[in-house]
Design a protein around this ligand. Structure first.
Ligand SMILES: Nc1ncnc2c1ncn2[C@@H]1O[C@H](COP(=O)(O)OP(=O)(O)OP(=O)(O)O)[C@@H](O)[C@H]1O
Length: 518
């Protein structure tokens, strides 16, 4: 069931008094209080000299006076730096750990997004000796297991005096090889259910990125499972204490039970510290209640619920439906060699449009598709080539690019008008990132213009200018367009089942139509 329409549900009390992140200034990395000097160097090596506003506020709430007393709900625009906002304080806090065990879990909806976030963690965690694991099904489960847990040579009688070390070494003879794990829900559940020695017992931090998308689908009920496995019904006893300790060292204490007093002064309350983030964070109480948030603090940017990047320019291009591909090619021609992402409403139209545009061979426009009709390995290769600049136009459907961060995207084109403002935000958010400028063009039929205007009004920065492609560009393309349509009819069936090699064949419906809240 999709989120109820805004306005029809009461906003939770704690969401009515948000911290406005946009009132915070960027802050020089050199002056960030308590920041480990090794992390300062790592950030400089990443070309980062100032923290963005959301990163400053989250730092203060976790490492600063906030002391992570409250779970954080972060609604910050696309490209505002949410990844580093959670990665940096987590790495800083864990940098003093003595025993390696899994203390931070970051969950994302897609494999490519998880790979992207892991790269950010890798750049900073290695600077302070922390290990980051990946559980996304990128490799075989056996390979992943070997990267996540190890069976130490445990000799009977070797007594260890560090309480955590005891719990680790006695925990069925396995030890974690990672401090932080970046995962997609499916593969996380595989490890929870089948990987010996994989445990969330010592988890202190849970990050749910792209929350509204992750909460929309059950993904094998990963969230209740994680919350159940890490919920302590007794102040000091972990759920596993009785099962794996052949003899007791008194009640098993993990750092979490004595570390974070989550707002209950004087009562160590064993809670995971949670951060949930999105550029379009849901306000639906029924969805948010699944997160079991503790004393949540709501961080958002600006006054309106939906924010577009400050340097984004929106344009609309009116054309007849049957000439949309022709106008798209004309628009791409005027954009020259600038990289752009074209969004369509489904995987089938993604494929058909990509084939059609590639028939315009004279234009030197290199265009490739990215959709769940393709095998994951093909998609990852395509994204890598796009990031390298091997081609300049990526055609995609909605579900595949939320959160994707590709340097230098100057233009986004909505080949199909988005139905929902959230979809528009995540599509347009592939450009104008990190304060850069960017343009979002939307191709519309005349009768869609009014609806599109209303849609944009739900966001701030919602001005939209008319854009036109000169007829001197369109007319010469007409003949090729006619022949391209004929070739398309001959080569590409309207149904996805018979698509060419390199595509996943599936029995079920093969669409990622723009769902209500992408
Ligand atoms: N402090 C910073 N200084 C300069 N660049 C930064 C900084 N923080 C992040 N960036 C860059 O900004 C870009 C966007 O960051 P990120 O992907 O974390 O944004 P986001 O808010 O998660 O966006 P989305 O909502 O689309 O996922 C990335 O290329 C990242 O490297």
């Amino acid at each position: 069931m999709g989120e109820q329409k805004q306005g029809s549900i009461p906003v939770l009390p704690w969401m009515r008094d948000p911290v406005d992140v946009s009132l915070c200034q960027e802050f020089p990395v050199d002056h960030v209080p308590c920041l480990d000097s090794r992390l300062k160097v790592a950030l400089q090596n990443m070309g980062i000299s100032e923290l963005f506003p959301v990163q400053v506020v989250v730092w203060q709430e976790i490492v600063g006076p906030g002391n992570f007393e409250r779970d954080l709900c972060i609604n910050s625009p696309t490209g505002s730096g949410k990844t580093l906002a959670y990665a940096l304080p987590i790495v800083q806090t864990l940098s003093t750990r003595v025993v390696k065990c899994l203390r931070a879990l970051v969950v994302l909806p897609t494999r490519d997004l998880a790979l992207q976030v892991k790269e950010v963690f890798d750049e900073i965690a290695s600077a302070v000796g922390l290990s980051v694991g990946l559980a996304v099904g990128q490799s075989s489960i056996a390979d992943e297991i070997s990267q996540l847990v190890t069976v130490p040579e445990y000799e009977a009688g070797s007594i260890c005096y560090v309480p955590e070390d005891i719990s680790l070494r006695l925990q069925r003879g396995f030890q974690s090889k990672v401090d932080i794990l970046v995962a997609t829900p499916g593969r996380l559940m595989d490890h929870i259910n089948t990987t010996k020695g994989f445990t969330l017992e010592h988890l202190q931090y849970l990050v749910v990125d792209e929350t509204d998308r992750l909460l929309r689908e059950a993904y094998q009920s990963w969230l209740p499972t994680v919350l159940e496995l890490t919920h302590y019904d007794d102040e000091n006893i972990s759920p596993l204490a009785n099962s794996c300790l052949p003899y007791t060292f008194g009640p098993l204490r993990t750092r979490r039970t004595c570390g974070v007093e989550r707002g209950f002064k004087g009562k160590p309350y064993p809670r995971i510290a949670k951060m949930v983030l999105s550029a379009t964070l849901t306000q639906d109480p029924s969805k948010l209640s699944q997160l079991d948030l503790h004393h949540p603090l709501f961080l958002k940017a600006g006054k309106t619920r939906y924010q577009l990047p400050v340097n984004l320019e929106s344009y609309q291009l009116i054309c007849e439906s049957n000439l949309k591909p022709l106008y798209l090619v004309g628009l791409l021609q005027t954009l020259g060699q600038e990289q752009c992402i074209v969004f369509t409403k489904s995987v089938v139209s993604t494929h058909r449009l990509c084939v059609l545009v590639n028939f315009f061979t004279s234009l030197q426009i290199k265009i490739r598709e990215y959709s769940s009709l393709q095998r994951q390995s093909v998609r990852s290769k395509t994204l890598k080539a796009f990031r390298k600049g091997d081609f300049q136009v990526l055609v995609s459907s909605d579900a595949m690019t939320r959160g994707m961060d590709v340097e230098g995207i100057r233009n986004v084109i909505n080949y199909d008008m988005p139905k929902y403002i959230k979809t528009y935000i995540h599509r347009a958010g592939r450009t104008a990132r990190a304060g850069q400028t960017g343009r979002c063009f939307t191709l519309l039929r005349k009768d869609e213009a009014r609806q599109f205007k209303k849609l944009l009004q739900k966001a701030d920065n919602s001005s939209c200018c008319e854009h036109s492609v000169p007829s001197s560009v369109i007319e010469p393309l007409q003949p090729t367009y006619e022949s391209a349509l004929k070739k398309l009819k001959e080569t590409v069936p309207r149904t996805p089942k018979k698509l060419k090699v390199g595509f996943k064949f599936s029995k079920g419906r093969n669409h990622e139509n723009e769902t209500k809240y992408t």
